[in-house]
Ligand binder design. Sequence first.
Ligand SMILES: *[C@@H]1O[C@H](CO)[C@@H](O)[C@H](O)[C@H]1NC(C)=O
Ligand SMILES: *[C@@H]1O[C@H](CO)[C@@H](O)[C@H](O)[C@H]1NC(C)=O
Ligand SMILES: *[C@@H]1O[C@H](CO)[C@@H](O)[C@H](O)[C@H]1NC(C)=O
Ligand SMILES: *[C@@H]1O[C@H](CO)[C@@H](O)[C@H](O)[C@H]1NC(C)=O
Ligand SMILES: *[C@@H]1O[C@H](CO)[C@@H](O)[C@H](O)[C@H]1NC(C)=O
Length: 377
Amino acid sequence: MAFICLDIRCLYIFLLCTAFGYTLPSNMEIKVNPPQDFEIVDPGYLGYLYLQWQPPLAMDNFKECTIEYELKYRNIDSESWKTIVTKNLHYKDGFDLNKGVEAKIHTLLSTHCTNGSEVQSSWSEATYWKPEQGSLETKIQDMDCVYYNWQYLLCSWKPGIDIRFDTNYNLFYWYEGLDNVLQCVDYIKENGKNIGCKFPNLESSDYKDFFICVNGSSESKPVRSNYFIFQLQNIVKPLPPDCLSLTVKNSSDINLKWSIPKGPIPSRCFIYEILFTEANNSWTTNTIENEVYITRMINESQEFCFSVRSKVNFYCSDDGIWSEWSDEQCWEGDGRKGTLMFFMIPFGLVSLFVLLLTCLLLHKQKALLKSVSYIIL
Ligand SMILES: *[C@@H]1O[C@H](CO)[C@@H](O)[C@H](O)[C@H]1NC(C)=O
Ligand SMILES: *[C@@H]1O[C@H](CO)[C@@H](O)[C@H](O)[C@H]1NC(C)=O
Ligand SMILES: *[C@@H]1O[C@H](CO)[C@@H](O)[C@H](O)[C@H]1NC(C)=O
Ligand SMILES: *[C@@H]1O[C@H](CO)[C@@H](O)[C@H](O)[C@H]1NC(C)=O
Ligand SMILES: *[C@@H]1O[C@H](CO)[C@@H](O)[C@H](O)[C@H]1NC(C)=O
């Protein structure tokens, strides 16, 4: 049977070859090699790695073909692979160097040179681990980085647990656009030890990976490095809104306004949360405008207060940190307005009298006594 099948296949190929003048072998025959020398290279940018490879061997049959590569990569333990299809011989991306990195690549032949069906090679694989030193407990803990008002980056941390007295930590950072890895120049210190860093002004650092490594040194015991990767626009904590104002249209319709926090954050990038308090109710609502009209819940002349906080919205970032709450602005209600007027009128009259008296003192010093007695009378 096998013999017959083979014969039929040969015949088929023969027919094809004669029909098409031997341009292409049949689909079954097309094979392509995987890329060569696939490797992961660490240029020392704290997590920005180069994935690079060479074209496959024996590509002479496919001179007319466009060769593409399908690259898949991830941090070991992460759930999904990132997939890239490229014609280039390299690819760069950011990785978490606390973990290993794994990647695989294969060659793809475009459909027009394989008569419609996709041909792909077997995979070439590569892995990378940053050499580690020191025990896990010597790493810094609770790293917290906040980009205040999209202007000032500040990171702070706690020392590792299992460390010697002479251990101190250093922070290094890099992002695309910097020639070299830089060290923090303005450390926050506690008992002579570095526990944080105030970064200088960072230029063109948004919307790209920002890499940080906090490593340590000690004479007696090696210290494990800790790596961080984030994007600055996602850790912005704006200033709270200010100049809150409240205009009561009638006793139930209220217009609330506040000013956009000052600084480099464009007004279109804000979302606000408003906290209302009325009697002993409170509720919140969100808006991207710096003004809202609301209708009161309670139809009574009671105190009504609000405060606002701000955050960078989803048009400008994937994440953000709420600002502090603004000062509270209140409307005292009609009742209070009445009592206020009750105090204001007599106070105004007294002030007027004192003003008059002063004028008289200044301009008519000689007639002082007369005038006073005249007024008193
Ligand atoms: C291409 O594929 C079609 C059907 O998919 C087939 O009929 C044809 O013979 C193939 N040609 C070659 C050159 O393989
Ligand atoms: C800490 O990391 C920086 C940047 O990678 C490196 O230059 C330095 O040698 C490291 N220090 C220690 C003590 O490992
Ligand atoms: C307040 O004014 C709006 C129109 O501006 C009106 O619809 C509403 O009924 C008024 N409420 C009261 C309590 O007068
Ligand atoms: C709060 O509301 C409850 C009922 O909803 C009321 O019994 C209580 O007196 C209120 N407290 C204040 C301080 O208004
Ligand atoms: C608010 O209360 C007053 C009297 O307490 C009443 O006359 C008026 O209709 C109420 N308005 C609404 C909108 O409930």
